[in-house]
Design a protein around this ligand. Structure first.
Ligand code: TRP
Length: 330
């Protein structure tokens, strides 16, 4: 069985793009692999979150993960800061992480440019902490998006460097998880190709029906087909893509025929239908999220069990790493 690991920073909420993309993948992975899913609260510290919000954010994302179907009986679900072994491995790996390569990391350069007043050492060594997250469980696969590929490559470098330096074949070289199936890409409501939190075009799982109606209503459209049988522009194609995901096939066919016929003045109806069907999908999830958020006893149980399982695996790795590096107790 392969070990798969994924981390998420506790910033923002899950949106439809996450729900039909990464989440679908996670649910499949937890059936077939040894999975570690964790909330990277240490990573979120680079931007100094308000202490009053840190815990709330962790609680939110944990409730969302659980509501989407991540199963603490199947996968190990934990909070990064509950596993101090990660911090120690981070310290040890830092000795093998060179300033020159850290400074060249694309994500670092971007953040440093966007926020020149806050170029802290945690930001610089962000990829080392991520490597510690992954190597602490000696993971085989990490499902990563494009923006995290370089970090994964750096993880392989550190693993490889460690193995070389100490003449061992200890760390595996983790690779990007590919499900073999194309991930569904959820388009944005603004005519852009992708729903994403930095694009500000998202429908969140926790959005109330009224908010969803409003967002869908204001989605970008054109003036309608100019003639029968013309190709759809991107903004209209996007609405149809969403419709195909949340609505019944006959509904999609109905609106598709309207487009093909060249008729106009039906976008309002389409949007009403789309909003209704999105609300039907998200309502049970939103209700589960809100129930979980307030279920202290359950969240405590999940995080304690998760931390315990994670620390068992992390502790084993750390003991072996210490020994390889020459630490010995008296
Ligand atoms: N850096 C990742 C992100 O911003 C979050 C993360 C932290 C992560 N540690 C990880 C992802 C380990 C995968 C594996 O999205």
């Amino acid at each position: 069985m392969k070990t798969v690991l994924s981390g998420i920073r506790p910033t923002g909420n899950l949106h439809l793009g996450n729900y039909y993309g990464a989440m679908v993948n996670f649910l499949r992975m937890q059936e077939e692999n040894q999975c570690y899913f964790f909330i990277a609260d240490w990573h979120s510290l680079t931007t100094h979150p308000d202490p009053r919000l840190l815990h709330v954010n962790v609680r939110n994302i944990l409730s969302e993960y659980l509501a989407c179907g991540l199963d603490p009986e199947k996968a190990t679900l934990y909070i990064q800061s509950d596993v101090p072994e990660i911090a120690e491995l981070y310290l040890l790996l830092n000795m093998h992480a060179y300033l020159g390569e850290l400074e060249k990391t694309v994500s670092f350069k971007e953040k440093a440019r966007q926020n020149p007043g806050n170029v802290n050492a945690g930001l610089l060594t962000y990829p080392v902490l991520m490597a510690a997250d992954i190597l602490i469980h000696n993971a085989d696969y990490v499902p990563v998006g494009k923006d995290q590929e370089q970090h994964l490559e750096m993880t392989r470098n550190y693993a490889n460097r460690f193995n070389h330096k100490y003449q061992v074949d200890y760390f595996k070289l983790p690779t990007a998880y590919s499900s073999g199936q194309e991930l569904i890409k959820i388009p944005g409501l603004d005519g852009s190709g992708k729903m994403g939190k930095s694009e500000g075009n998202c429908i969140y799982l926790v959005d109330e029906p009224k908010a969803i109606e409003k967002k869908v209503k204001s989605a970008l459209t054109d003036n309608g087909p100019e003639a029968p049988n013309t190709p759809k522009p991107v903004c209209i194609e996007n609405l149809f893509t969403l419709l195909k995901i949340v609505s019944a096939p006959d509904v999609v066919a109905y609106y598709d025929n309207l487009w093909v016929s060249g008729a106009t003045k039906w976008y309002g109806n389409l949007k009403k239908q789309l909003a209704e069907d999105i609300i039907n999908v998200t309502t049970p999830v939103r209700e589960r999220i809100n129930d979980l958020k307030n279920d202290d006893a359950y969240l405590r149980k999940v995080t304690r069990n998760g931390a315990e399982k994670a620390r068992e695996s992390a502790g084993k790795t750390l003991r072996e790493v210490r020994e390889i590096m020459g630490f010995k107790s008296f």
